[in-house]
Design a protein around this ligand. Structure first.
Ligand SMILES: Cc1cc2nc3c(=O)[nH]c(=O)nc-3n(C[C@H](O)[C@H](O)[C@H](O)COP(=O)(O)OP(=O)(O)OC[C@H]3O[C@@H](n4cnc5c(N)ncnc54)[C@H](O)[C@@H]3O)c2cc1C
Length: 428
């Protein structure tokens, strides 16, 4: 099952090793303090530092330790609810604005990586969104037929009879292609962002947990594990790791474990057969699987949500391997070289949120699709801190909901997940 050199850590860390702690001393005072050094925090930092604000980014672990170096590297437009669902709850104009932001986030990410010359294997390979039964295929086709004026897209359907040109499996009933979606090496992207933030003058300090935030006359006084720092503005960029530091935000995000494995290298001929177009893949199941080839096409990176409590990647790996081989039986004897997990942040309305509460700025709640959106909203939040009008996004105007009795520990997830698995097993 496991290779001899198996690692219980992200495959991406082989190419981009986590930064080792630098002995940067905590400054006494900064203009902007950013808590969380993932895509959200670093893109905010790039804006504020380029805007000549003295910027400090801190992370409780090493910079990038959160989702931003653990994800599947699938870059999509990130909006989960459909246009019609959003229209019902928020009206037509807001539904339009939200979906437009999804498009903007995807374009922003590709443009930023290209313009800033980030070496992170970004490729517009397109997404194959696979239907796990024929009803889901029909549903996908109907959704693509309805093109909202101004949100037209070039997605198209692939019937089951042509599926093998996209993906070497009979498991699915065809699916939809979204040509603009992309793949990236997430840790290499993160490493590039750290370089850009530092080049702009920001400091990044790892292993420095924010423990307490106090408002005072001149702004904020933030106690950290390395001392206290004064800041005019504070940005919270903690997403799925949002904790008791910001209880109000903690009550609004639902941390859910997401799990990934990497296979050992497979033969080129086999990869050509299984993933002939190097697409990123997701499916229509409620408990979704997402997978793709590694940037060098040697391995398959396969992710999904398999458990709520499991934190040992050695336990989650066999379950993912079993799911992988249901899709690709050819991989039955292919071993697992890496297995890891991380916490994504879901929200009660399945949307991401940006705002300022009690003077603290935040962006979070990417619902498992933050590779593009986290950076985009981090950038917008940085602009907001600079007082720039273009920083405003529709996500500023949407109420960030919580539920009575919810304090940040999702006790209700176990029954929901069981229900979703059951529905998937019924194949509906
Ligand atoms: C396994 C997995 C697979 C995923 N796959 C995809 C995918 O393919 N496509 C996609 O679009 N999205 C994916 N995502 C989601 C995506 O990675 C995230 O939405 C995105 O990285 C969030 O970035 P962030 O900067 O907001 O948060 P993170 O990168 O999680 O950073 C938050 C940081 O805050 C720090 N922190 C928390 N509390 C404190 C504190 N008190 N003091 C200091 N620091 C603190 C944490 O240590 C952490 O490093 C995946 C996530 C996971 C876990």
């Amino acid at each position: 099952m496991f290779t001899q050199d198996f690692k219980a850590q992200p495959y991406w860390w082989d190419r981009s090793a986590p930064p080792t702690e630098q002995t940067t001393e905590l400054p006494k005072k900064v203009d902007v303090l950013i808590i969380g050094a993932g895509y959200t925090g670093l893109h905010a930092a790039i804006q504020t530092a380029r805007g000549s604000r003295h910027t400090l980014v801190i992370d409780a672990e090493h910079a990038g330790w959160g989702c931003s170096t653990r994800n599947g590297g699938q870059v999509s437009n990130s909006i989960k609810p459909s246009f019609s669902e959003l229209e019902k709850t928020h009206g037509k104009d807001m539904a339009f604005a939200i979906h437009k932001e999804g498009e903007h986030s995807l374009k922003f990410t590709g443009d930023f990586i290209r313009e800033e010359n980030l070496d992170c294997s970004y490729a517009e390979v397109g997404c194959f969104h696979a239907a796990h039964n024929s009803a889901q295929y029909d549903k996908l086709a109907r959704a693509l037929d309805y093109q909202v004026p101004g949100l037209e897209h070039d997605a198209y359907m692939i019937p089951r009879s042509e599926q093998h040109f996209e993906l070497g499996t009979d498991t699915y009933f065809g699916g939809a292609i979204f040509p603009q979606h992309a793949s990236v090496d997430p840790a290499a992207y993160h490493k590039g962002l750290m370089g850009k933030a530092r080049d702009a003058g920001a400091s990044i300090i790892s292993c420095c947990a924010a423990e307490n935030i106090n408002r005072d006359k001149s702004g904020f006084s933030v106690k950290t594990s390395k001392g206290t720092v004064q800041a005019d503005k504070v940005i919270i960029a903690t997403n799925g790791y949002t904790g008791s530091l910001t209880p109000r935000l903690q009550r609004r995000v639902i941390p859910i474990g997401s799990y990934v494995i990497a296979t050992e290298p497979v033969a080129k001929e086999l990869m050509d057969k299984l993933m002939p177009k190097d697409r990123i893949v997701s499916d229509t199941r409620k408990v979704v699987y997402y997978y793709r080839p590694s940037p060098d096409r040697s391995r398959i990176i396969f992710g999904g949500r398999v458990s709520l409590r499991e934190s040992n990647p050695r336990f989650s790996a066999p379950k993912l391997h079993q799911s992988l081989t249901q899709i690709f039986p050819e991989l039955e004897h292919t071993k697992i070289s890496h297995s890891w997990m991380g916490f994504v942040a879901f929200t009660f309305d399945s949307l991401m949120h940006v705002g300022a509460e009690d003077g603290l700025h935040y962006a979070m709640g990417y619902c498992g699709s933050g590779v593009g959106m986290a950076g985009y909203l981090g950038m917008r939040m940085g602009q907001q801190v600079l007082g720039l009008e273009q920083g405003q996004t529709p996500f500023n105007d949407i109420k960030f909901q919580t539920r009575p009795l919810y304090t940040g520990k999702p006790w209700f997830l176990a029954p929901s997940l069981m229900y979703y698995r059951f529905m998937d097993s019924l194949n509906i």
